[in-house]
Design a protein around this ligand. Structure first.
Ligand code: PLP
Length: 424
């Protein structure tokens, strides 16, 4: 189909009629498809099936000879922390391993910052008049939900393809009420973009009016490559230290999408002061994490090379699904101007921008045709997409056949919504 913008009124009506018929035929198939869930599929979890038998009968002693079944070990086993040094970009003594969810660590650090302040704070963040976070958009809805939960103002900043618009970020950081910023620096959720070296350097170097400003550096997709090139980003902890802001970054990651999504390891890293601060708070909350899970990870992954090899297995399973979405979108929407979409080199999502004012309609059309899509607006603070155009597709969980069918159906909905918009 030619570009929607070039169609005459008669051509537009013809196209609308024919695409509507196709949509009705699709709807009549009575399908039930779900492209909302950014979680690993069963075959991905099967890659870690061997873990279910680990650490194995009586293999519960740490390298230091301690019994991992018992309480204690707040910071995590040294051998497990050593395993994740490359992933976290920090030496083992500046890594903490919690239980299974990095989102829980982010939640807790933010709550502790509100209640107690962080190293460098004059007072707890909750005693500031109106604390705010910089939020790159589109972003991860659960980051925004934490801010919403605790009344932290969210300041949206657009992503540029190289990370957040740094001119805007630097301008916002001049306000002392701005205490932090969400960053998913690699294969971002949901745009898949990778922050450029210049972006990371500016984040480390920039002046912030708040002396206790923190980057919440959520490197959730650090090793989740979709191409043979393993993209690397600069080490934020080293750059912050070199710029004279050693405490600026709280680094988070987890093995949720490496080993087992519900039984992985959550990781925190930071400066010495930040790690001490973290452990002082965490020590009030728990007597110690699940160290059997830590031993299991050490036995199974062994070292960083083992971890990377394991991720190659995920890549082989995921690439066909991401390709299927790209092919379906291109086949139906290429050249129409009805949408543009990302071609991520890693991560779990594809972002599709339809024509302005169509995203909610697309979700509605998809729902009526039996396809669940992430609610329009979910990737913006407070669920409000000012352009009503951004859709997040999550192709990992459904089977390849389901992804193919759903992508064709979604492309049809996007085209129909675009034609309707033009005709309106
Ligand atoms: N951070 C990002 C950017 C995510 O996309 C997700 C899950 O989708 C998480 C964190 C959740 O991580 P965890 O399973 O470690 O809680």
């Amino acid at each position: 189909m030619p570009a929607i913008a070039d169609l005459s009124v008669e051509e537009l009506d013809q196209q609308l009629e024919s695409i509507r018929q196709e949509y009705e035929a699709f709807r009549a198939r009575g399908l039930k498809l779900d492209m909302t869930r950014g979680k690993p599929a069963a075959d991905q979890l099967d890659l870690a099936a061997g873990m279910l038998a680990l650490p194995g009968n009586r293999d519960h002693f740490t390298e230091a000879g301690e019994d991992a079944r018992n309480y204690g070990g707040l910071q995590g086993l040294p051998e497990a922390r050593a395993l994740f040094q490359t992933l976290m970009g920090a030496p083992a003594d500046r890594i903490v391993i919690g239980d299974n969810s990095s989102l829980a660590l982010m939640h807790d650090t933010l709550v502790w910052a509100l209640l107690k302040g962080v190293p460098g704070s004059v007072r707890p963040w909750s005693r500031e008049a109106s604390p705010a976070f910089i939020c790159p958009v589109p972003g991860y809805d659960r980051h925004f939900a934490i801010c919403e939960e605790f009344g932290i103002r969210m300041l949206p900043v657009p992503l540029t393809g190289e990370g957040p618009d740094m001119d805007q970020v630097e301008a916002l950081a001049r306000d002392p009420a701005v205490k932090g910023m969400w960053c998913v620096p690699k294969y971002s959720n949901p745009s898949g973009e990778v922050y450029s070296d210049a972006t990371v350097e500016r984040l480390a170097r920039m002046q912030t009016a708040a002396p206790d400003f923190r980057l919440f550096w959520d490197n959730a997709y650090a090793v989740h490559h979709l191409t043979e090139e393993r993209r690397a980003i600069p080490n934020i902890l080293d750059l912050c230290a070199a710029a004279g802001h050693p405490d600026r970054a709280f680094v988070f990651a987890s093995t949720s999408k490496i080993t087992l999504a519900g039984a992985g390891l959550a990781l925190f890293a930071g400066s010495d002061a930040n790690v001490r601060w973290y452990l002082a708070r965490a020590g009030k909350r728990t007597i110690g994490p699940d160290k059997l899970s830590q031993i299991r990870h050490v036995r199974f992954l062994r070292d960083d090379a083992g971890l990377q090899r394991h991720m190659d297995g995920h890549r082989r399973l995921l690439v066909p699904k991401f390709d299927a979405v790209a092919d379906a979108l291109e086949a139906r929407l290429g050249g129409t101007g009805a949408a543009r979409w990302t071609k991520p080199e890693g991560g779990y999502f594809i972002t599709v921008d339809g024509m302005d004012g169509t995203a909610r309609r697309v979700v509605e059309l998809a729902k009526a045709a039996g396809m669940a899509l992430t609610p329009a607006g979910a990737t913006s603070p407070h669920g409000q997409d000012p352009h009503d155009r951004t859709l997040r597709l999550a192709p990992t969980f459904p089977s390849l056949d389901e992804v193919k069918t759903a992508s064709e159906g979604i492309a049809l909905c996007i085209l129909l919504a675009g034609l309707e918009k033009r005709r309106a």
